[in-house]
Design a protein around this ligand. Structure first.
Ligand code: PGA
Length: 252
């Protein structure tokens, strides 16, 4: 059985001290990781302190991004190899903000997925959908092509471990959550694409998340959908109490 996955994406928020305090606040209050896995993605500046503070906790620590080469003359980039060496286990790849502000293309995202697997990091690949795409006729092919391109030349042994998030950018930080039907439809589409690329069995093993204005009021309904195995929350993950409410949704 798939274990639900509740992830927070802090983006460029908080300070090192606030990050450490957050981990102190949630210590001992997270669900059993056999019931729900929990993860926080944070700035590379915080990761070392977070990993030190996180000893003994089931919280998984993720980066928000990494580069596609392991090392070299790439000023300012974050090495996936160094992330793994420091104890990071997950990395978000292809968030819509990276696509929008840093011109990340499907090709770059695919290279980053390869880099993550090469360095024993689990990629959380984000699949974007803008409002203009949503309203256009090529909406479905847009989602399908992002998933297909992200997974290019990824073998099934790796693909079964990937986590994919349907993150319509019109719902991100806008307070305008996708309806449960819209969220389910996007996640279903992602799972079907994975089934077409690999197999139904593999697609059923992959965890597909919804992200976009998730909070503790709407999470229950979102998480009740057939093809939604978890959430990726931005704003609602910044405060320890709201993250804990999301994380413990199954215990209610
Ligand atoms: P939000 O962000 O929950 O603040 O909308 C989600 C995300 O960007 O992953």
């Amino acid at each position: 059985m798939k274990i639900p996955f509740v992830a927070g994406n802090w983006k460029m928020n908080l300070s090192v001290d606030e990050a450490v305090k957050f981990l102190q606040d949630i210590k001992g209050k997270l669900p059993d990781p056999k019931v729900t896995e929990t993860c926080i993605a944070a700035s590379p500046l915080f990761l070392e302190s977070m990993i030190q503070e996180n000893v003994g906790s089931s919280l998984l620590i993720s980066a928000e991004n990494c580069f596609y080469e392991d090392e070299g003359a790439y000023t300012g980039e974050t090495s996936p190899k160094a992330l793994h060496e420091m104890g990071v286990t997950h990395v978000i790849i292809g968030h819509s903000e990276r696509r929008k502000y840093f011109n990340e293309t499907d090709d770059i995202i695919n290279k980053k997925v390869h880099a993550a697997f090469r360095n024993h990091l689990t990629p959380i690949v984000c699949c974007d959908e803008t409002m203009s795409r949503r309203e256009s006729s090529d909406r479905i092919s847009w989602v399908v092509s992002q998933v297909t391109n992200a997974l290019k030349s990824i073998d099934p042994q790796q693909a079964q471990h990937i986590i994919v998030a349907y993150e319509p950018s019109w719902a991100i930080g806008s307070g305008k959550t996708a309806s449960t039907d819209e969220a389910e439809e996007g996640c279903y589409l992602i799972r079907q694409t994975i089934a077409d690329l690999y197999s139904d069995d593999l697609a059923n093993q992959v965890r597909v998340l919804y992200g976009g204005s998730v909070n503790d009021d709407n999470a229950d309904e979102i998480l009740a959908q057939t093809d939604i195995d978890g959430v990726l929350a931005g704003g609602a993950s910044l405060k320890s109490d709201s993250f804990l409410k999301l994380a413990n949704f199954l215990q209610k």
